[in-house]
Design a protein around this ligand. Structure first.
Ligand SMILES: [Zn+2]
Length: 120
């Protein structure tokens, strides 16, 4: 299961950024997940909760910010969004486009119980 290894990576990131003695205070682990990141949010949350169940991180949970897939056309400069990952400009039909967002899979903030936040 793909999400299981991602959840393991997330735990590694948390351990690298939070001192050992504060792991029990970790609450929200905030992530940006792009439409095209290929991650099922429910499955990721579940994998994470299973992995942390018997660890100091047992009260931590994943909070996901969904990032839409957005492309910008290099011909007409219009940006557009779709859920399928089409890289063709809907305005002029051009295929010379740049992906702006939508492939993120990133932890960007870790919230601890005393409300101090580790921004990454
Ligand atoms: Zn265009």
């Amino acid at each position: 299961m793909h999400e299981l290894s991602i959840a393991q990576n997330i735990i590694e990131i948390v351990r690298q950024n939070v001192p050992e003695n504060e792991l029990g205070d970790v609450r929200a682990v905030r992530m940006k997940v792009g439409t095209l990141a290929g991650v099922v949010a429910e499955s990721l949350r579940f994998s994470f909760s299973v992995l942390v169940a018997d660890s100091p991180l047992k009260d931590a949970y994943i909070q996901i910010e969904h990032i839409p897939f957005v492309i910008q056309c290099n011909t007409c400069r219009q940006s557009s969004s779709n859920d399928q990952g089409f890289a063709v400009c809907p305005t002029c039909g051009g295929s010379d486009t740049t992906v702006l967002t939508g492939t993120e899979l990133q932890v960007f903030e870790i919230e601890l119980d005393d409300l101090h936040t580790e921004a990454l």
